[in-house]
Ligand binder design. Structure first.
Ligand code: COA
Length: 253
């Protein structure tokens, strides 16, 4: 079994002064999506139930169908590896897809992202999770987007950056991952999540009423041309062990 969900409660410090904590294992399934995915689309569709196929076929462009096909099959493979063989889905109040499940499987949480050339799915047991990826070569105008998305310190970071598009997208993925973990998507004003990249830290505006200590975030470069961020709500003091698990599209089809 590739995925091993753990909630290993560690014993607190022997002195009794430390807080008892635990380790949360997160598996991030990654598939690089090249032009071959279009050729493999019929086989990918075969792997999906009617609902999944309909979602994929709603995409107008062939390339988008392939990307979404990979993402949907990747998600099902990740869930199957955690013992969930015929998943059924529902939407949270703000549209976040989640599992309709009972018993132990009800604790499984996932989140999906797709961007040009990459699909990724984060899977964890018992904690709200969000993942966001962006292709770093996408056409984006940071100056146009910054006023609605970034706060002044973040804009100053952009002005200092020698690679402002990359810096913008790094900030964006962290904010989106938090928004997705919260299940809010873009209903969360992204300027209410304040990010420093080096070191990676979060601060929230007081109106959110969220405690930074209850969040874990991390950033990855799953490929040289992609930025990916993971966000997780977890009890303060718990550590998170996230592992990237790479899958070839050929092996999904
Ligand atoms: C839908 C949204 C949650 C994420 O959109 P996105 O970044 O374009 O897309 P991603 O591929 O990262 O994520 C989409 C997936 O998030 C999941 N999702 C949808 N609503 C969600 C929510 N409220 N909370 C968490 N996850 C959600 C879904 O699984 C969705 O994929 P699916 O529809 O194929 O199942 C929302 O924030 C959005 O519309 N974003 C706009 C993106 C944008 O303007 N990007 C510019 C970047 S510079």
């Amino acid at each position: 079994m590739v995925y091993r969900a753990v909630h290993q409660r560690k014993v607190g410090l022997k002195s009794g002064r430390g807080l008892p904590g635990g380790e949360i294992e997160v598996r991030i399934w990654i598939a690089e999506v090249g032009p071959e995915a279009v050729r493999l689309l019929p086989a990918l569709l075969e792997r999906l139930e009617a609902g999944g196929r309909t979602r994929v076929l709603r995409m107008v462009r062939e390339g988008d169908r392939a990307l979404h096909g990979v993402a949907q099959v990747l998600l099902r493979q990740a869930l199957a590896s955690a013992g969930m063989m015929a998943p059924r889905f529902r939407r949270g109040p703000h549209g976040k897809p989640e599992l309709e499940a009972a018993g132990a499987a009800a604790a499984l949480r996932f989140n999906l992202t797709h961007t040009d050339g990459l699909a990724a799915c984060a899977l964890v047991r018992g904690h709200e999770v969000g993942v966001d990826a962006e292709a770093l070569d996408r056409q984006v105008d940071p100056d146009a987007l910054a006023p609605s998305v970034l706060v002044e310190e973040e804009r100053a970071m952009l002005r200092r950056s020698r690679t402002p598009v990359e810096t913008f997208l790094d900030l964006w993925t962290v904010k989106e991952a938090v928004a997705k973990a919260a299940g809010l998507g873009l209903q969360l004003p992204l300027s209410s999540v304040r990010v420093t990249l080096d070191p990676l830290r979060l601060r929230f505006t007081p109106e959110l009423g969220w405690d930074e200590a209850g969040w874990h975030v991390e950033r990855h470069r799953p490929t040289p041309r992609h930025s990916l961020a993971l966000a997780l709500r977890r009890p303060a003091g718990w550590t998170v062990a996230a592992r990237l698990h790479r899958v070839r599209v050929e092996d999904l089809a």
